[in-house]
Design a protein around this ligand. Structure first.
Ligand code: BGC
Length: 747
């Protein structure tokens, strides 16, 4: 028996690999025979991606282009009938019969909107996020979308950048986990399944580091940082088969990403063996002219294809120039063929040649299952930042609440940025949900006070304050409108907009318990308003089911477990601010004087010489990983099995976590490691693992982490990825700033 078991496994594995190998070979053969039938113009056509909303012509005009083999993929068509009609032209009327792929930015849900990705990251729950991505894929594929331009896995350490909303935050490890979850959720077990769609990891690369947090701006990321911080999530996405990658708008160190041969060809194709599709961002080929690295659209096309780009989104440089560039020997036909191979490979993997049409029956859109997954993600994304004197959850003794603030009933805004298909009449807002779900327990008064986040009209404040006087508790929904976040929507000032701060101030002056719920697409600088509030929930833009999720958390039907995926600054002047910055030679000591304590006519040296701001210090408002619960958790008994390890070993760590409070709850236990001495300066610490642990009241669980020593490798002084022997510090804690520590050695 003992011998039969491994033999069976080897046999099964060899059958699996043989049939997988056969499938790969079949696809490659089909690609070659398709290529043989194609003219140069038809090849260029496969690389041409246009938009179906009228920007690039009417549907009839698009049909004519499809018939002539001049379009390989289309974006932004979601009417299955139109889409099937266009597909029929491609399959039956074009000479090659090659099907189209239809793409769309399915960034955080299709119809059922999930929380924005930054909120999703706050769940620290990749399994749940994968379920969310499956919901999106089921609804999008039902509408014929087989290619989603997501996940966006740009690392972002600057909340001024509007697209932080679309990111998974500041951390490479967490972003990598979320990338894997979304890719798996979108692509399913097999890309050829009806409910699978191709993922597109974007933006390659460094886009989130836009200088000054201003969109499309240049980046200056040196290679070591690129490889340590920005590239790994892409590698993770590719490790689980991510079908495509999108290049970014920015130039890094002077080279626009779409024309960066070293990164696209050498790193992605040669080093990482990527055989999927590399698509440009919208117009990023032609924008190389504005960048000033191409004279005209012909030289932009040459630059992009030679750098390794396959598909050009929207700007038509390829279709206008590739045929002639090849005819003149300016671009080799092999280069063109390689790009065409990649797009054909995706079409074969998606099984579009056999199954090109969309089946319009059996809708799962807004199904109970989808809504409940969206609600669960929204619930787990909510971060409890403050809960003074345990005002939350609202006790049974509370008989009346005042709901106020511009985000309490804002069906459009709570859906967040990149809501292309979500419908506001399906949004469940907090004002409506609280009334519907808890209206029989408490008397609910709703007076918004302000119409929208930028509203400066204070004329309704008196009415709000009058009702506040008779309510047991005030719940103020503040934050930012969806339009203030997302692409090209950057802000230099992260305070609350309009008269919202004034509203909070006046509410505080009533002396009534004040709960502030923030709905926003980024960390806002809310120090003052948080001080004025008794409790604060950060709910991000929570999507379709945000209302019920928030209501449950307020009334104790759910216990918050979200943790911050990005450091919250006290003021924008602290940005960029992130937990895993490099060690400086003069870190802040905590003994620095504040502005008020500086003596008059003080000598230069009296304040010491450390790395901090005189007016605001160097600590953030809240650190990465921060988030409270209604209950409390006690960490004890940290053990490591072996404090002296070699490269091939695994560090086994255990810690006891006890629920010492009054509610059952979930804790996200976080493992950070510091490489004490390196050949180059290392980050102060780095997240290496995390686990979500559910604990009943008084329950104690031992949590185990298994950290392979190889995970401690970094790009050393010789630009080799190695683990350097020496001392390491490990911390397990409830956020990036507090936990239990231990040391170990790598030999
Ligand atoms: C964005 C991409 C997006 C594309 C297509 C661009 O402006 O940067 O992320 O996928 O538009 O909508």
């Amino acid at each position: 028996m003992k011998r039969i078991f491994p033999v069976c496994i080897i046999f099964m594995l060899s059958v699996f690999y043989t049939s997988y190998g056969q499938q790969v070979q079949d696809i490659e053969q089909k690609i070659e025979s398709t290529l043989l039938k194609m003219t140069i113009r038809e090849k260029a056509g496969q690389l041409n991606q246009l938009d179906g909303r009228g920007i690039h012509g009417t549907i009839e005009e698009l049909k004519a282009l499809i018939k002539d083999g001049e379009i390989g993929s289309l974006m932004n068509i979601t009417d299955p009938e139109v889409l099937n009609d266009l597909q029929e032209v491609a399959c039956k009327q074009s000479r090659t019969g090659i099907p189209l792929i239809f793409g769309r930015d399915v960034v955080h849900g299709f119809k059922t909107m999930l929380p924005i990705p930054l909120g999703q990251a706050a769940t620290f729950n990749p399994d749940l996020i994968k379920e969310g991505a499956k919901v999106a894929a089921a609804e999008a594929t039902e509408h014929g979308i087989k290619w989603s331009f997501a996940p966006m896995i740009d690392i972002c350490r600057d909340a001024r950048w509007g697209r932080i909303a679309e990111s998974f935050g500041e951390d490479t490890y967490l972003t990598g986990k979320m990338a894997v979850a979304v890719v798996r959720g979108f692509q399913g077990e097999d890309l050829s399944n009806a409910q699978s769609m191709a993922a597109c990891a974007k933006h390659f690369i460094g886009y989130g580091a836009a200088e000054g947090g201003r969109d499309y701006n240049s980046t200056y990321i040196p290679e070591r940082q690129l490889r340590e911080v920005y590239l790994p999530p892409f590698r993770e996405a590719l490790n689980v088969g991510c079908a495509s990658i999108m290049t970014s708008f920015n130039d890094n160190n002077g080279i626009p990403a779409t024309g960066n041969k070293y990164l696209l060809n050498n790193v992605l194709r040669k080093e990482w063996k990527f055989d999927g599709v590399l698509v440009s961002d919208w117009g990023s080929v032609i924008e190389m002219i504005k960048h000033g690295v191409a004279e005209d659209d012909r030289s932009a096309a040459k630059k992009a294809i030679e750098a390794g780009l396959d598909v050009e989104m929207s700007s038509k440089c390829f279709i206008r120039n590739l045929e002639q560039l090849v005819a003149e020997g300016q671009v080799s036909e092999t280069t063109l063929d390689n790009a065409v191979r990649n797009i054909l490979r995706l079409k074969y993997r998606l099984n579009l040649f056999n199954n090109p049409y969309t089946n319009t029956g059996n809708s799962e859109v807004y199904s109970a299952k989808h809504l409940s997954i969206a609600r669960k993600i929204a619930e787990e994304s909510i971060v409890l930042l403050k809960n003074e004197s345990g005002i939350l959850p609202l006790s049974d003794k509370i008989t009346s609440v005042l709901i106020t603030g511009p985000l309490a009933d804002a069906p459009h805004d709570q859906l967040g940025t990149w809501t292309m298909d979500g419908e506001t009449d399906k949004t469940q807002t907090p004002a409506k949900a609280i009334t519907a779900m808890y209206g029989n327990r408490v008397k609910v008064h709703f007076v918004p006070g302000l119409k929208y986040s930028r509203d400066k009209d204070r004329s309704k404040f008196d009415e709000v304050l009058k009702i506040a006087g008779s309510a047991d508790v005030i719940i103020a929904f503040v934050g930012e409108e969806a339009i203030l976040t997302g692409e090209a929507h950057c802000l230099a000032n992260l305070n609350l907009q309009g008269a919202q701060s004034e509203l909070i101030k006046q509410l505080e002056s009533t002396g009534k318990p004040l709960v502030m719920v923030v709905m926003a697409g980024r960390p806002l600088t809310l120090g003052r308003e948080i001080e004025q509030s008794d409790a604060v929930l950060y709910a991000w833009h929570p999507g379709t089911m945000g209302g019920p999720a928030i209501a449950d958390v307020l009334f104790g039907n759910a216990v918050p477990s979200g943790k911050l995926p990005a450091t919250f600054p006290k003021a924008t002047g602290q940005i960029p601010i992130y937990y895993n910055h490099n060690n400086t030679g003069r870190p802040a000591t905590g003994k620095e004087k504040s502005l008020d304590d500086i003596p008059l006519n003080a000598k230069q040296s009296v304040l010491g010489h450390s790395s901090y701001y005189l007016d605001i210090g160097s600590d953030p408002l809240y650190p990465f990983g921060y988030g409270l619960s209604y209950t409390t958790f006690e960490y004890s008994n940290l053990r490591i099995t072996n404090d002296s390890l070699s490269y091939l070993d695994t560090l086994n760590i255990s810690i006891d976590i006890k629920n010492t409070g009054k509610y059952a709850g979930t804790e996200v236990v976080q493992l950070y490691v510091t490489d004490v001495v390196g050949s180059v300066v290392r980050p102060v610490k780095e997240l290496k693992d995390f686990k979500r642990i559910e604990l009943n009241v008084k329950e104690l669980k031992t949590v185990h982490f298994h950290l392979p020593v190889s995970d401690l490798a970094f790009w050393n002084i010789d630009m080799q990825k190695k683990v350097e022997p020496g001392k390491f510090k490990m911390m397990i804690g409830t956020n990036s700033q507090s936990g239990m520590e231990a040391y170990f050695e790598v030999q």
